[in-house]
Ligand binder design. Structure first.
Ligand code: PAF
Length: 285
């Protein structure tokens, strides 16, 4: 596996592959890789000829009181894992490569609408920071397709919107969420959980299933959301939101299709957990 830190060397390799007619699949990450990320690499491998993964802990998507400084960094182990899963190149840009004039002076993306709701309301600027770095990465890697996990549902919608609206010639490929046996969605942040918290954390998925089942049984949405909130609080979570939305993340009253998603963001001790469950409101009817 090639490991690139500079843009020129990365571009040279990408151009060579493209000249040979190879399709480039891309998996952007912030490192600290686990089975969930490797599943994204596997999916990219199935859909493309060459797979490039990036590792960059992006400062512009962290708020001032968030975990940027303590975000786990494990580049050597990550590169070993990427190689073992058949990745062809790892791109590890330094901050100077990503933001040559400094992160504060960078040209920024602003994706209207869906960046201010749900997690965006609790993490101001977060999704615009994500959109900014993903746009830069698309420019640098020039992939034919890029894989993003469904676990970060709102991020996936922001990127889909940005790629379509900006006419990036990149196919956005969503990948299913990988879960532990308890139902806990795999996430780099799970490693902040104590053993006891890890057991409690599985309540997030159970609550999502409760929300879906109650919705399909015809329970009014306000009541479901209220009960989900109370259920999580009773287990010791500090809940940001527990909501059911249309698949495009609009309010249900304006839903264009029968596709729905239940979403939860809640803090357990020092760890903020997010998860979601997609379903069809006509399921079983
Ligand atoms: O999902 C992530 O790990 C990050 O938000 C991403 C897409 C790599 C951008 O920094």
């Amino acid at each position: 596996m090639h490991v690139f830190t500079g843009l020129a060397e990365l571009r040279r390799q990408i151009n060579e592959w493209k000249a040979e007619g190879q399709r480039i699949g891309f998996v952007p990450t912030m490192g600290n890789l686990h089975a969930g990320h490797f599943a994204l690499v596997e999916l990219a491998r199935q859909r493309a000829d060459k797979v490039v993964a990036s590792i960059f802990v992006n400062p512009t998507q962290f708020g001032p009181n968030e975990d940027y400084a303590r975000y786990p960094r494990s580049e050597q182990r990550d590169c070993g894992g990427l190689q073992a899963h058949g990745c062809d190149a790892a791109f590890l840009p330094t901050a100077d490569v990503m933001y040559p004039f400094g992160a504060k002076n960078t040209v920024q993306m602003h994706v209207p609408g869906i960046t201010d709701i749900l997690c965006g309301a609790y993490r101001p600027g977060h999704f615009n920071g994500v959109a900014t770095v993903v746009a830069r990465l698309f420019n640098m890697v020039q992939p034919d397709l890029a894989v993003f996990g469904r676990k970060d549902y709102q991020q996936l919608q922001v990127i889909r919107y940005m790629a379509a609206e900006m006419s990036f010639p990149v196919e956005i490929v969503p990948a299913p969420t990988l879960r532990e046996a308890s139902g806990l969605a795999m996430s780099s942040r799970n490693q902040y959980l104590t053993d006891a918290e890890r057991v409690t954390a599985a309540e997030v998925y159970r609550t999502l299933c409760f929300m879906r089942d109650a919705y399909l049984a015809g329970t009014p949405v306000e009541r479901i959301e209220h009960e989900a909130f109370a259920r999580l609080e009773a287990q010791g979570f500090e809940v940001d939101y527990a909501e059911i939305r249309s698949a495009e993340l609009g309010r249900l009253a304006r839903a264009r299709t029968s596709a729905r998603v239940a979403l939860i963001a809640a803090r357990l001790g020092l760890t903020r957990l997010i998860d979601n469950l997609e379903f069809d409101s006509q399921e079983g009817s």
